[in-house]
Design a binder for this molecule. Sequence first.
Ligand code: ARG
Length: 589
Amino acid sequence: MKKILDLITAEMKKAFADCGYDEAYAKVTLSNRPDLCEYQCNGAMAAAKAYKKKPFDIAAEAVERLSGSGIFAAVEAVMPGFINLKLNPEYLAEYMNGMADSGQGGCETSGSPMTIVVDYGGANVAKPLHVGHLRSAIIGESIKRMGRFLGHTVIGDVHLGDWGLQMGLIIEELKDRKPDLVYFDQSYEGEYPKEAPFTISELEEIYPAASAKAKADAGFSARAHEATLKLQNGYQPYRAIWQHIIEVSVADLKKNYGNLNVSFDLWKGESDAESYIPGLIKELEEKGLAYESQGALVVDIAQEGDSKELPPCIVRKSDGAALYSTSDLGTIIEREKDIKPDWYIYITDKRQELHFVQVFRVAKKAGFVAQDKKMSHLCFGTMNGKDGKPFKTRDGGVMRLETLIADISQAAYEKIMENRTVSEEEARETSKIVGMAALKYGDLSNQASKDYVFDMDRFVSFEGNTGPYILYTIVRINSILAKYRGLEEKYEGKGEILPALSAAEKDLMLQLSRYNEIMETSFAELAPHKICQYVYELSNAFNRFYHDTKIISEEDKRQQASWIRLIGLTKDVLNGCINVLGIEAPERM
Ligand code: ARG
């Protein structure tokens, strides 16, 4: 469906053009004075300068033209030259019926669908997940779902960190602990075992132990570096251990991400970029872009107009090793070959900002991608504890996702039990869904780039701008719909949505009518927080309407059917929004 704002703007443009003014002035926005009007146009103020007239006179002329318009119930010019608009309730009701009749609540899929790679999650194999990985997973999942909802082909790639020093550390630690394993027997010529010589819990313990040991023991650290190099050069026994590490970790990661309702199409990693690196270095050198600097190979990326001095991108260290940036460049070449994305979206914390500026610029400079390729880095701030420092678990250690999810589900359980409307058993099940919503909404409702405080009590609250409040609203609508289904006497016809009778009802309709625009802008700006803001305002509008209106006891059955259809539409829109946020609603709570 056409966006309501576009329909209103088109009407305003016609009026401006009819009066002989450039229609570019006829910009309409949502009112910033909802007490006075619903939409407004301030174009007469700007036009006044160009046409050397009083703004109010221009506004009054446009208003005159609009007097017969079916879209508006009230059009008013006010000093010094604003145009205040209120929509015609009949027009709005028609729009509601259009939304209810169309699929996806009036949201159309894109006329020019793109292929988009969303690179998110980014866990490092065999290393513990940290809150940054949690945020990346939550935000990325939402971006992926938004894109798909709008009809794009979106490919989610977890892009594992699976090629770094942690591998050498684990290999050497394993050698110290279990020197008899065949991988360390140089005379061994048989097949390597299928079964990994460690479990995930051992692996989780081995890495921190090895990492601590490397800090204290220079000899061990040197051995780990050497083992990493051997692995990267294809040494078979270490490749076999590496395979085991990947298998064991990926199984665990799939479980962890699964618990978060996050899933990936591709489970690629830094190691997949490896084979592209020699070629890309050669190309950078041949094109005269890469040059030696203090033994390293670098590419300049500074551009005219940069507000600060940007250092060159290092593509090879002085010891010959590739780096994180080289690996990302290799991955771009691989993606161009396999996927040809129209849009690259990377989701990591803010500390990687410079890294991606460097990678994108080198990729464009070298022609690995087209000059005008859309490449975005959606960078997010830190999730802090109440002490303002990066979030830690109660014991002060690194976050374990299971613990975090268990804690928040427990908090949600206690809230649900306060209400005491469901059995303990059901509350347990529901608390998992509600806890997940609390966690994700708590994250997504903040503008991604900002730090935020992980405040469990607030996140699980049933009131305020929280996940549980939104779910509670959906559950409430479901319960009214169920009651209605149980009524003996119902309206026979389709139950068209009728013009709003109260201010609260009209406000609900106005909120609903913004749905398609919100979806589109939130995706274009990669801003899930705008969907959260919308879903919160919509929930408030619904709850005000609900307190005002006795739906189930209404005697005018046609009116009742209209309300039922309206709240059914509200439910669909709320569900559409939470679905792209990666949140589910329970039956009851
Ligand atoms: N593994 C990286 C980290 O933990 C994140 C990877 C992000 N994706 C990328 N293509 N660089 O910081």
